[in-house]
Design a protein around this ligand. Structure first.
Ligand code: ZN
Length: 512
């Protein structure tokens, strides 16, 4: 990792100072694992969700979306296995009562990988290595399983039948609606159902700012295929030459380094088992890179055998190199027909699809489930956009124009000339119909440029004395500080082209 990059704590400070993210209810001391998004954070978060939805739902013929409820029938979580199996391993201190996640304690103290470690093994290591409380150094209690779902009650009387859960994932709400969506949207296999929404996990020790939270948002697709046609991926040609860092289960087992290879090689060498899985991995990776993230900070890592979830045949994580190490950004599981079958069994509903070809009822397989935390994507884009410009002596947040919370800043050169300020305000009123804009007249123009750079404002427009004469303004680029002069009547058009990727220098008269 580039040493000029921030630590996660520094990123949290930056996010607070600039109005991206605050600790929830900070005036009361905050509450661990919960965060609020500020005036710029909400824009960035909404832009991430909007672009994801546009790419993976609106621009595709084979994916539709839903927006499900956070509280569902509790049987959904019984059927899915969450009631019995959605657990982490909890150890508490016998003396001070501090609670830890067994695997994290081992990772932190012994610096060993704990992917997929079960209760027995964690218990054994804790005892053998005589690990003690990270806070007070006292003895630890017996490790036990702890269910991560938040409980609440529906209705005025609390009984065992009123107990419900806040959803720990969005996926099950898709499965529960599978039949209705498939029929009403007249979907034919292969197809996907997507959802963006909140999920809740009662993490034992939330940590690393937005990385591990108790309330977070997911962007998720369940992609269904015909059980007999799992190899028929029509889109695979689009990604065969796509290259990425790959870290397979075998490489991990044999202590090898990750390798940069193409999707074609992954398939030929049978590193990734199915084409659909390879296709979605490449597509998700590509999405991040297209929106400005650095491909070198990503790798795909296959889950080792013990790490696989109860429902998964094969899982790959899209990982990002955070300041605290390579961590999961997105999990892409092959969930097979596990979930639909479980819901058929528990609900006694028919969730099959009639196959016209064979005249048989079939249960589709979820060949891949790209599941992404919105806040993790938020962190990735911020980390890769953040740069310190020595020449300018300020931070420049080089967010993709589509993600930038504010696209255009409108600045009157001085604040004490009424006609000049009015002209600037007229320009602002016109531009804000098109984009998120800001109007700033406080401080020197240099100070205002610096403030704009720090929050990622993609272009700034200055209205000066000459503007009153020649009906022209100066546009400045955030990324290059290059400036061009354009007519106010052409401003909207020029900004549009600039945001679409054209070079600013070619769109107007250069200002030296
Ligand atoms: Zn203790």
């Amino acid at each position: 990792m580039d040493k000029s990059k921030l630590t996660i704590e520094e990123m949290a400070v930056f996010c607070k100072r600039k109005g991206f993210v605050y600790a929830n209810s900070e005036i009361y001391g905050g509450i661990a694992g919960f965060y609020d998004f500020g005036h710029l954070g909400v824009e960035l978060k909404n832009n991430i969700k909007k672009e994801w939805w546009k790419t993976f739902v609106q621009e595709r013929d084979d994916v539709v979306g839903i927006d499900g409820s956070i509280i569902t029938h509790p049987m959904v979580w019984k059927a899915s296995g969450h009631v019995d199996g959605f657990t982490d391993i909890l150890v508490d201190c016998r003396k001070c009562g501090s609670r830890f996640r067994g695997d994290q304690l081992i990772q932190d103290k012994l610096k060993i990988e704990t992917h997929g470690m079960q209760l027995e093994e964690i218990s054994k290591i804790l005892k053998e290595k005589k690990l003690r409380c990270a806070k007070c150094g006292s003895d630890l209690g017996e490790p036990k399983r702890f269910n991560l779902m938040f409980n609440t009650n529906v209705g005025p009387v609390q009984t065992s039948s009123s107990a419900v859960f806040l959803r720990p994932e969005t996926a099950q709400v898709i499965f529960a609606n599978f039949k209705l969506v498939q029929e009403n949207a007249r979907l034919k296999l292969p197809f996907g159902i997507a959802q963006i929404g909140k999920a809740f996990r009662n993490e034992i020790s939330p940590r690393d700012f937005l990385f591990r939270m108790r309330e977070f948002e997911q962007m998720e697709i369940e992609y269904f295929v015909h059980p007999d046609k799992q190899e028929e991926c029509n889109f695979i040609d689009e990604v065969l030459d796509y290259e990425l860092n790959v870290y397979s289960a075998d490489m991990q087992k044999n202590d090898k380094a990750m390798e940069k290879i193409t999707i074609k090689q992954c398939l030929n060498k049978k590193i990734i088992k199915t084409r659909w899985h390879a296709y979605w991995l490449a597509l998700m990776h590509k999405w991040f890179v297209e929106f400005g993230a650095n491909a070198e900070h990503f790798r795909i890592r296959q889950h080792v055998k013990d790490e696989l979830s109860h429902y998964a045949l094969d899982t790959w994580d899209l990982e990002y190199e955070f300041p605290f190490g390579w961590k999961e950004l997105q999990g892409l599981s092959n969930r097979t027909d596990f979930d639909l079958k479980k819901h058929m069994e528990h609900s006694k509903s028919d969730l099959t699809i009639f196959d016209e070809e064979t005249k048989k009822k079939i249960v589709p397989h979820v060949i891949c489930e790209p599941s992404q935390g919105v806040e993790r994507a938020f962190l990735v884009f911020l980390f890769d956009a953040y740069s310190y410009d020595k020449k300018r002596d300020n931070v420049v947040l080089k967010l993709h124009p589509k993600l930038a919370p504010i696209k255009v800043g409108i600045f009157p050169l001085v604040s004490n000339k009424a006609d000049l300020v009015k002209k600037a305000r007229d320009v602002y009123d016109e531009m804000k119909k098109e984009w998120a804009c800001t109007f700033d007249l406080s401080g020197s123009i240099g100070r205002r440029y610096a403030r704009a750079d720090e929050t990622g404002i993609y272009a700034t427009v200055t209205i000066d004395f000459e503007s009153l004469e020649d009906e022209s303004v100066t546009i400045r680029s955030r990324d290059t500080t290059e400036q061009v002069r354009v007519k106010i009547s052409e401003l909207k058009d020029v900004l549009k082209k600039y945001m679409d990727g054209e070079k600013l220098g070619k769109l107007g008269k250069k200002v030296e």
